[in-house]
Design a protein around this ligand. Structure first.
Ligand SMILES: *Cc1c(COP(=O)(O)O)cnc(C)c1O
Length: 428
């Protein structure tokens, strides 16, 4: 991959990559056969668009018929670094050939280096590694509850965590216990108690909900799955003030907003605040591998004693090596700065589209939602039309098209996408 720089210049000019996938015409099955296999043997817990992807490179993916698409979903922001980033791939293959898993019963020679890197980048002094985002959130819940009992002095079993309506934090029983989305909950009771729900963006409601038993306020800096909801300016600062005043921990879920997506390394930086902890995941591996973490202060993290919490794969040397390379790419390729400038441009151009269907265009950095009016009959049909023109985007909630391309995208590539997005939004 010594030609990466050359390729990048070529792409600036030609937009499309010059190298076609070698696998484009060698698929053993037809598109429909692959789809049928998934539908026949798999649980039906997803409703994918009918495209079968076989290869990815940077912002592009190819289906089994050789069609090329610009990925505007980035696996829900897990691919901030783009598909199959060569530097992360190298770290993965080299580490995979040497040592993959030790369990935490022993030390390994990658984990400490990963810890140091992520702590320095985030500004938090301590980290606890897990695998999926939901596990990082579960870890945060455990940490703040134990902090409430052992540090704050909340009576046994009384700790409360305040969360926001319209949140998304994963799919475990405890996490869906504080969801306000009926579909995420229906049929899965009984739920975990101890959560209080307040409206998102309403600092007064947070203040009113706090009791002496409140351990933490846990929220997304921008709600991703909830429809790209950006709270009012100053909300996080106000939340921080209220939490400090009441000895309540402020924990932010940065699994989707973190690692450059919104134009800063972490979304909390937009308001210059310092939360007591954050959860990260998704782009922490650049899409190669599930890696997540809970980052926090000494005071919170020190509640964990050996045996309190753990994970067989969490903190394994392969994850640590991949995580380090993924973080290096974000820093060295200035991905937060790219997201800030390209995101502002994308947002402005989307706002200029004269479409009768658009209710609102909103977002920060390259996390952008186009909310459609009820008269548009849902976002999914627009996503299908975009797919026909070579753009993969996915609706979130019913009426919002999410645009969150890899942060390595170039301005000519955005222009290429904008022309097609405009065509779909003005002619459908
Ligand atoms: C995706 C996401 C999660 C859950 O991550 P998984 O890896 O799917 O468990 C949690 N919080 C937020 C904000 C997310 O976007």
């Amino acid at each position: 991959m010594a030609t990466t720089a050359v390729l990048e210049i070529e792409r600036e000019e030609k937009i499309m990559p010059t190298i076609l996938p070698s696998s484009s015409s060698t698929s053993a099955f037809t598109t429909q056969e692959y789809i049928n296999l998934e539908n026949t043997y798999g649980a039906r817990n997803y409703h994918p668009l009918e495209v079968v992807i076989t290869r990815g490179e940077g912002v592009w993916v190819w289906d089994t018929e050789g069609n090329q698409y610009l990925d505007c979903l980035s696996a829900y922001s897990a691919l901030n670094q783009g598909h199959c980033h060569p530097r992360i791939l190298k770290a993965l293959t080299e580490q995979a050939a040497r040592l993959t898993l030790t369990s935490r019963a022993f030390y390994n020679d990658q984990l400490g280096l990963f810890y140091e890197k992520i702590c320095k980048i985030s500004g938090f002094p301590r980290v606890l590694p897990m695998n999926t985002g939901a596990e990082a959130v579960e870890t945060a819940i455990k940490a703040v509850r134990k902090w409430a009992y052992t540090v704050k002095g909340v009576p046994a079993d009384k700790a409360e965590i305040i969360v926001c309506s319209n949140n998304f934090a994963g799919r475990t029983i405890s996490i869906i216990s504080f969801s306000t989305e009926q579909q995420y909950r229906f049929g899965f009771a009984p739920f975990t108690p101890g959560f209080k729900i307040v409206p998102y963006g309403d600092a007064a409601a947070l203040e009113a909900a706090i009791t002496p038993n409140t351990a933490a306020f846990f929220l997304e800096p921008i709600q991703g799955e909830g429809g790209i909801i950006v709270p009012p300016e100053g909300y996080l600062r106000e939340a921080e003030r209220i939490c400090r005043q009441n000895n309540v921990l402020l924990i932010l879920d940065e699994i989707q907003t973190g690692l450059g997506r919104t134009g800063k390394m972490f979304a909390f930086e937009h308001e210059g605040i310092k939360p007591d902890g954050i959860t990260v995941g998704k782009a922490l591996s650049g899409g190669f591998y599930p890696i997540s973490a809970f980052l926090s202060t000494h005071e919170v993290m020190d509640v964990f004693r050996p045996g309190d919490h753990g994970s067989t794969f969490g903190g394994n040397p392969l994850a640590a090596a991949v995580g380090m390379a993924a973080l290096d790419v974000i820093v060295d390729e200035n991905l937060p700065e790219r997201a800030a400038s390209l995101g502002a441009y994308f947002l402005e151009r989307l706002r200029q589209i004269p479409s009768p269907h658009i209710k609102e265009v909103r977002g920060k950095g390259l996390l952008i939602g186009v909310e459609l009016k009820p008269s548009a009959y849902g976002a999914r049909r627009f996503c299908k039309a975009l797919m026909q023109l070579g753009i993969l985007a996915k609706e979130t909630r019913e009426n919002v098209i999410r645009f969150a391309p890899p942060l390595v995208i170039t301005r000519p590539q955005l222009d290429w996408a904008l022309e097609r997005i405009e065509r779909v939004l003005t002619t459908l």
